[in-house]
Ligand binder design. Sequence first.
Ligand SMILES: [Fe+2]
Length: 555
Amino acid sequence: MKEIIKSFSDHGTFVQSDTLDYILSKGNPHEFASFLTKNLKEYPLVLTVDHVKQVEQRNKEVPDEKKSSKGSLKIKEMQAKMFSVLYSGEIPAGPSPDTELEYDDPDKDDQIDVPEEEPKEFIPPVINISKVKSWKPQAAEYDSEINIIKDVTGNSICEGTTDDFNKLFLNRFNSLKKILRVQRRELANAMPINRVKKNDLNDIQIVGIVKEVRTTTNGHRLIELEDETDSAVCIVLKQNRDLLNIANEVVFDEIIGIRGKLSKNGDLIVINSIVYPEVSIQNQHHKSEVPLYAAFLSDIHVGSKQFMQDEWNSFLHWINGDMGNSRQRDVAGKIKYIVIPGDVVDGIGIYPNQDKELSISDVYRQYEALAEQIKTIPDHISLIMQPGNHDAVRPAEPQPTFEKEIQDLFSGMDITFVGNPCYFSLNGVEILSYHGQSLLDFATNIQHLKYNDPVETMKIMLKKHHLAPTYGGYTPLAPEHMDYMLIDRIPDIFVTGHVHLAQISEYRDVKLINASSWQSQTSYQKMLNFIPDSAKLPIVDLKTSNVTMMDFNKK
Ligand SMILES: [Fe+2]
């Protein structure tokens, strides 16, 4: 068997376990393997049964076809029997000759409901990867440089009172007003709303929080802005198509600037332009001085029956230099950091009937199982782990990081636990990591945004300098006195997870990443007709800012 695996790994190809079973089921597996290596058009990263069958299809003359298939079937039957014994904990016995067999009489009206059998727990097995002697990861030569820039962890002070909300919105307003007035020339002469109303100005400039936004019966777009002095009803006329498109992106509770003029009777401001904080193109970007990479691995969902064990194992082989061609191993060797933006486990009670899809029904045991998996990641790699909406932390954002009881399960591992969202830097490169629950709010409130196109929403977030402005939507928000959802500095890399898609993009030199997932389609996603793009790993070269993606998906 080892020789067969080696014959493929020499070509940088990892053989999936069921592919190996398939090869071994052939009458002469060695001959069949060499037939495959000769007839494969190209060597994939992972050899699947589909690849093998395609080769067979192309070359009808397959050596020693199916001589032993009956034997392998028998083995599988035996294995199935053994598993049923192992999992039930009982040795099945035939009926005793003295015992009369019982049967259910369908006509009997006193039938008893048999309680549903308790689901069996399944802990993902930990694979054993032997050290690859020839592999010398470059990242092991450097120390980690992680700096936390902004995180609610340890700083949460809100109790949910009205006063807390006032402080949150005042902090948001003052921070963004400052950014708008300093960075946007269009608002250099912005005035408090009460003064604008007193002066009959031709060019009105105001900054405020969006208290109301709707389309009027005549098709105009009405935006009511409020500041600490007063409020003003502003309107985009329907004839102004371009401006109407911009106005359609305005959402409740965000801070915007408006330029316009008073209407003839003085009760409205007719809008000429809507000003967002935006991302300056002159923004300075940071780069690492040393050739290290960061990988982004989101939504692992350990504890779910849909956790993609095979793909995860391939990732573990690769990150240990035990899989891939020389270029791919070189990439693995440069990875110094793995950023995990939330949903590290599947959690419990997150959506209706989730318990039916859990392989581990206790949330702490889910974290224990994750910790066992993470131990296989090489020691020279530092992990940055953040919670998401499936994790056992408070649901309201900003979410402080995992409690000590959970962190202790990972003791001895190089993990920095951070909150959600969090700003941090890796070798000087600034990263904004946010799990991404508000992606759904944006897609609901802004017509042209789609849930399955997260990077487009991330561009809007950057433009607005806010991750989740709207209170009362899908994203629960905690009224901290400082607005941690504010994008008050432009990161070099902005990463989200949550939607289980693998996307890479860029906005004004900011790298945008949605970091895939390690869970295949759930019944909930199926019901929503949503197809995840799982088992992919976006990687950023911190020295050059180049982004690549490793694909471990075997489907
Ligand atoms: Fe998730």
